[in-house]
Write a protein that binds this ligand. Structure first.
Ligand SMILES: Nc1ncnc2c1ncn2[C@@H]1O[C@H](COP(=O)(O)OP(=O)(O)OP(=O)(O)O)[C@@H](O)[C@H]1O
Ligand SMILES: Nc1ncnc2c1ncn2[C@@H]1O[C@H](COP(=O)(O)OP(=O)(O)OP(=O)(O)O)[C@@H](O)[C@H]1O
Ligand SMILES: [Mg+2]
Ligand SMILES: [Mg+2]
Lengths: 228, 228
């Protein structure tokens, strides 16, 4: 369970201060599927960085699985993040000069998993996203949508309990996008993982249990999707 | 007028050869508004790179404004490209450590435009995309959608006659995306520019005059959008 209480995040640049998050309070239960929507620049990615322990809030409280994240030591935070959280970044953040396979294996290397098992799990994740035949290609040798799917495979390879995906279908055509969404749904049903997804695609948001709308760094609304 | 005749593009990687374009023939008239659609990995960005003279075909013919592009010398090609073509890359290709203003001014620097005029035109382009107050911020200090809009401003700053945009609304929410599409429409009406846009958003494709559908590196269909 995630509990964010009155989270503020400001960025200071010279004389200017940008208040990216202006007091966000939101709770997400285990196994829930939540979509975060909102205008460009409203704070969605910043909120995901907080939830994923990739950045620290300026003020406010974050309780993850009963622990106050601000009290954790750096290496405990890194272990918790690497073990439990899979992150699909909006800008992919792939290493463009190494193969897709080595990109996908990276979380496993940090986790101390051996070479043979790493290779097998990387192949399984790449096949799940429709790129089983591209393991030896580098991101610079792939299309935008293919790179995005490598980023998704990397987020899934460690079998996370919490998947954070920042516009995971942004570079995909509707058919490929639907395949990725079906994969996420399957993971939730089979493994009970918690999914938080940022999207500006109304069709994707409609598949979540809840939609949290962000505007100017605040929660504007938090509504349950009715059963179709 | 652009005329591509039987364009083939292959990428050789070790023992493998990827045939990204497998004989594409398409003609685009001045002032036309054409959308290119198709599955992830089908060859859309590769085709845009050919149209924008950013890469050379493996075989086939490309006639741009009556000139055979393959016969042009490199510096003539660079001048023609910089003077007439504005390009919005799928992966933005911004310089992340310099300000948005300097990013947008870059095409003008290559064109030898003086500092004062550069600054004015950069401000005009950034205001047109809704980021007039972000000139001094660097791409690393901006959201994904804001970075995309900087990339759009940079493509427009040189008042190109041909605008090539590879998924220009991919990182934008529907409202911001609609504002960018309205801006493109206005430029077409006021300046008569030719627009070629890659998109996987059906709403965006519907606004073009024609939709060229690509599949496995070939033109699958080329249809006129009926007047609403
Ligand atoms: N530099 C490269 N080296 C090797 N292969 C490449 C390179 N660039 C693209 N490809 C391959 O060429 C094919 C077409 O890629 P392209 O980027 O044109 O696709 P796309 O239609 O734009 O896809 P997307 O919608 O995912 O952006 C893909 O199979 C891709 O892997
Ligand atoms: N490193 C940074 N330094 C300064 N400002 C930042 C930084 N990162 C984000 N911002 C600012 O914080 C605000 C929120 O950005 P964020 O990336 O969270 O938006 P977003 O909702 O994800 O937008 P998009 O839909 O465009 O991706 C924006 O105004 C942005 O310019
Ligand atoms: Mg974002
Ligand atoms: Mg592409």
């Amino acid at each position: 369970m995630l509990e964010l209480k009155n989270i503020v995040k400001t960025y200071v640049m010279g004389h200017e201060t940008v208040r990216a998050l202006d007091g966000v309070t939101v709770t997400i239960k285990d196994g829930e599927y939540v979509a975060i929507v909102g205008p460009s620049g409203s704070g969605k990615s910043t909120l995901m960085n907080m939830i994923g322990c990739l950045d620290v809030p300026t003020s406010g409280e974050y309780i993850l699985n009963g622990q106050d994240v601000s009290k954790l030591r750096d290496d405990d935070l890194a272990t918790a993040r690497n073990k439990h959280i899979g992150f699909v970044f909006q800008r992919f953040n792939l290493l463009s000069r190494i193969t897709a396979q080595r990109n996908v294996e990276l979380p496993l290397r940090y986790g101390g998993i051996g070479g043979k098992e790493r290779a097998e799990r990387a192949k399984e994740a790449m096949t799940a996203v429709g790129l089983g035949d591209r393991l030896t290609h580098k991101p610079v040798e792939m299309s935008g949508g293919q790179q995005q799917r490598v980023a998704i495979a990397r987020a899934l390879v460690n079998h996370p309990t919490l998947l954070l995906a920042d516009e995971p279908t942004g570079a995909l055509d509707s058919k490929t996008g639907a395949e990725i969404m079906a994969l996420f749904k399957k993971l939730r049903e089979e493994r009970g993982i918690t999914i938080v997804i940022v999207t500006h695609d109304p069709g994707v948001a409609a598949q979540a249990d809840r939609v949290v709308r962000i505007k100017d760094g605040r929660v504007e609304s938090d509504t349950l999707n009715s059963e179709e």
